[in-house]
Design a binder for this molecule. Structure first.
Ligand code: PLP
Length: 399
């Protein structure tokens, strides 16, 4: 952790509120690293989008805006928030199965770069608005080994669309194919399998000349901080990607390394040689626990403080558990903790800038109120929540 970040955190402890601190320089570093990585493997002209669901904090979005080519959203809340920040709808792509009629009406009202169609039903629903303006559409392909098989078109559903009289009459050409490979599920094998599936879909005569591949690659957060992981991927990726023009949308790989979550220790419990540190928050402040299905706790850092004093860790290991009485509220396992750790000390967890509070807002048994702060590149710290979160929820009714 950089000294400036530590100084800010200590200042925040004095306020007594749990929260998140985002570091703007780290956000920019992640985007720069990702761009360079993808430039090395794919065709020139690729686009890098930020997936808003990973962190819809307005300050994070504004910090990222000059450095990304656009944003991907999955709900009208996210799109309305971007519009309110002055971000052009034509730099927004729409993914996800939650495109309600109201969402579609707003897409056609304001415009969008591309709608990634999730189903035949969605294509039909779009037809009601086609008179208003034409918006590029892509076909989201269901990844066959994905746990979320509900998402995207299977080959059967795609052929049902193509055979339908309404589609034939429309003469529509699709601008590309979209897929999300899954949380941390990116691998060259998975990408190669998807590109094979793309070949089958492309046999149909329904593609526009400026065909593009839109991909949520599911890159892990550690990719931006682990140079050897990146360099090991470059050659195999270049081999399978370099003939495609791609637009990639990333969430955690962009924002996760930039965020620090901090809260107080409520109890240190020792039972049967097992130590559990109970913290004030946990899943109440996050969209999910912090262990990646593929990378475990790699990249996640923990620090402990008593007031302004950093505590040295000992050889003693503990699980870090949130304050909900549910088994899955275990944020981290087997973390080295200070021998003297006690109620009232602070824990800081680094690599928490994605799928945190602004993304999740879990109200179960009333979480301790939280704040979010941004440490800007100019070295200034500002409170970017609760005001910003209020606006995220209120944005649709113009509050
Ligand atoms: C369609 C789509 N794109 C992008 C993302 C962002 O994923 P990640 O944070 O793994 O980069 C998600 C996450 O669920 C998604 O559903």
């Amino acid at each position: 952790m950089k000294t400036t970040t530590e100084v800010c955190l200590v200042e925040l402890f004095r306020r007594g509120t749990a929260g998140f601190l985002y570091v703007e320089d780290q956000l920019i570093d992640s985007v720069t690293t990702l761009r360079k990585f993808w430039r090395d493997v794919s065709q020139p002209g690729f686009k890098l989008l930020f997936s808003v669901k990973a962190n819809p904090n307005s300050s994070v979005l504004l910090a990222l805006q000059p450095h990304v080519d656009g944003f991907d959203v999955s709900s009208r809340h996210e799109a309305a928030l971007l519009r309110r920040l002055g971000i052009s709808p034509t730099s927004i792509t729409w993914s996800g199965p939650a495109k309600t009629d109201r969402a579609l009406a707003e897409i056609y009202q304001h415009g969008a770069d591309c709608i990634h169609l999730d189903s035949f039903d969605e294509w039909q629903a779009c037809q009601r608005f086609e008179g208003q303006r034409t918006i590029r559409k892509s076909i989201r392909v269901g990844i066959s080994d994905s746990p979320s098989k509900k998402l995207g078109f299977s080959a059967d559903e795609f052929s049902r669309l193509l055979k339908s009289p309404d589609f034939k009459l429309s003469g529509e050409k699709f601008s590309g194919i979209h897929a999300y490979l899954g949380r941390d599920a990116f691998s060259t094998t998975k990408l190669a399998a998807f590109l094979e599936e793309v070949k089958t879909f492309r046999k149909a005569d329904v593609w526009a000349d400026d065909f593009e591949l839109y991909l949520g690659p599911g890159l892990p957060a550690v990719l931006t901080t682990d140079a050897s992981l990146r360099s090991g991927l470059i050659e195999p990726l270049r081999e399978i990607c370099s003939s495609h023009r791609m637009s990639i949308e990333c969430g955690r790989a962009v924002s996760q390394p930039s965020g620090y979550y901090f809260t107080r220790v409520l109890a240190v419990k020792k039972t049967d040689n097992h130590v559990r540190v109970i913290i004030d928050g946990g899943l109440q402040h996050m969209a999910g626990h912090l262990r990646s299905p593929s990378y475990g706790q790699t990249g996640i850092e923990t620090y402990f403080f008593r007031s302004a004093q950093r505590l040295e860790v000992s050889e003693q290991c503990a699980d870090i558990q949130g304050s909900l009485s549910i088994w899955y509220d275990k944020l981290l396992e087997n973390v080295k903790v200070p021998a003297s750790l006690e109620r009232g000390d602070w824990i800081v967890i680094g690599h928490c800038g994605a799928y945190g509070y602004t993304a999740a807002c879990n109200q179960f048994i009333g979480p301790t109120p939280i704040g979010e702060w941004m440490l800007s590149s100019r070295g200034e710290m500002s409170n970017v929540f609760p005001e910003q979160l209020m606006s995220y929820h209120a944005v649709l009714d113009g509050r």
